[in-house]
Write a protein that binds this ligand. Structure first.
Ligand code: DSN
Length: 452
């Protein structure tokens, strides 16, 4: 018997996604093929261990033709080995990596696996402050890793929105971290990877790690520098944000790839194998082979010229939206954006908090999230900022004209928020909100979601 409760909710979610516009910068719409691979029979298979890592350098056909012995703990891997090897080969090509581990279930799992591969309890990691745009897994005290390792935070410059490189260098010398971590979920600039790598080279045994979850698709599309080309040893990412694949994680690394069954020496050169052993059996059990199949499909899509165009459009759309918002009096952290993401200080722009804006935007089918801004004086659940971006609406084929329209609608919503904040009842704006809702629905209809 079909579970109608759940399937009705799936239908309702399809309608929500179809009729609204997704502005959360970490979300996207996958292709039909990615969706199909995720819903495939590979979900029935256990594949603990790894496929063989030999002959991963050539084309997809070369990779399929080779059939090296695997390192698995279960039989029946004729197809799973090929799927995982294709995923690895494609990821290596996309990101110029010596090795790819495609098994992490999420970005958090990927980060924890790298920590576990390289650090001893008590070792120091230098990462970006959560309040300045860093990520929870980069040392927030509420996480498990913060109980195990010693995280020290660097911040951003309030004037420019850039990383405070002088502070980073000073903290690195002072704390001698075993990992310098560059990565973020609310930062709209492009890090100077060379400068950070230079700082890291002065610290003994320091692993340079980049968590590029937000911008991996921009890197794959060639519109953002790749940290692995600038002296970094490891790059982690999720696969579902700008990269437009299934929900999951990925670890890319430089170094020599060894047999995962043999414990290698603890050196930076051996980081690929240290990571493999840390993912399985260190921190995870069986890989999700249906998700790995979908990752492989997404990597194939990202290798196409059309994806390079997509990445370019994500960035130009973000700039167009940012410019429109600035014209309307929105104050952007860092004064604009260089990637896919825009962080706005709603408090200093309009005297309202980010949560009110999030809630009112939701009512008209425009989804974004309230977000802390650097040195926020408001609490995390009702912070001063909002965070938005263009990966999903660019997937729908939207362009400059639509960015201007969305920016104009946001101006009107912000004005309504100001009035509500001043004491007016929300229902006084019911007909105006309904009209904006309809305008959003019409835009959504012209630019359908590819997979639904
Ligand atoms: N939750 C993700 C984001 O929205 O940026 C980060 O993990």
């Amino acid at each position: 018997m079909k579970d109608s409760k759940i399937f009705d909710l799936i239908d309702a979610e399809k309608q929500r996604q179809r009729e609204g516009l997704e502005l959360i910068p970490s979300e996207n719409y996958v292709s039909k093929e990615v969706l199909e691979a995720m819903g495939s029979v590979f979900t029935n298979k256990y594949s603990e261990g790894y496929p063989g890592f030999e002959n991963l350098d050539g084309s997809d056909d070369d990779v399929l033709a080779a059939n090296p012995a695997n390192h698995r703990y279960y039989g029946g891997q004729q197809n799973t080995d090929k799927v995982e090897r294709l995923a690895i080969a494609r990821a290596r090509r996309l990101f110029h990596a010596d090795h790819a581990n495609v098994q992490p279930h999420s970005g958090a799992q990927a980060n924890n696996a790298v920590y576990n591969a390289w650090l001893q309890p008590g070792d120091t990691v230098l990462g970006m402050d959560l309040g300045h745009g860093g990520h929870l897994t980069h040392g927030s005290p509420v996480t498990q890793s913060a109980k195990i390792y010693n995280f020290v935070a660097y911040g951003t410059d309030p004037e420019t929105g850039e990383i405070n490189y002088d502070e980073l260098a000073k903290l690195a010398i002072q704390h001698q971290p075993k990992i310098i971590l560059v990565g973020y979920s609310a930062f709209s600039k492009i890090p100077d990877f060379d400068r950070i790598a230079k700082i890291g080279e002065e610290i003994p045994d320091c692993l340079l790690m980049a968590d590029m979850a937000h911008v991996a698709g921009l890197i794959a599309g060639g519109v953002h520098p790749n940290p692995l080309d600038h002296g970094f040893h490891v790059m982690t990412t999720t696969t579902h944000k700008t990269l437009r694949g299934p929900r999951g994680g990925l670890i890319l690394s430089r170094g020599t790839v060894g047999n995962p069954l043999k414990k290698p020496e603890h050196t930076l050169e051996n980081i690929p194998t240290l990571i493999d052993r840390s993912v399985f059996p260190g921190t995870q059990g069986g890989p999700l082979m249906h998700v790995i199949a979908a990752k492989a499909v997404a990597f194939h899509e990202a290798e196409q010229v059309s994806f390079q165009n997509y990445a370019r459009d994500v960035v130009s759309n973000a700039k167009a939206l940012a410019d429109t918002l600035i014209t309307h009096g929105f104050k952007l952290i860092g004064g604009g954006t260089d990637n896919h993401l825009i962080l706005v200080d709603m408090k200093s722009s309009f005297g309202i908090d980010g949560k009110l804006m999030e809630v009112m935007m939701d009512k008209v089918g425009l989804t974004l999230n309230a977000n802390a801004i650097p040195n926020d004086t408001l609490p995390p659940f009702r912070p001063s900022g909002i965070r938005l971006g263009t990966p999903a609406i660019t997937t729908r084929g939207m362009n400059r004209g639509e960015m201007v329209k969305i920016g104009n609608l946001m101006r009107r919503i912000a004005e309504i928020c100001v009035e509500i904040n001043g004491g007016k009842a929300e229902n006084e704006f019911a007909s105006e909100l309904a009209a904006i809702r309809e305008e959003v629905r019409q835009m959504a209809e012209i630019f359908p979601v590819p997979s639904i």
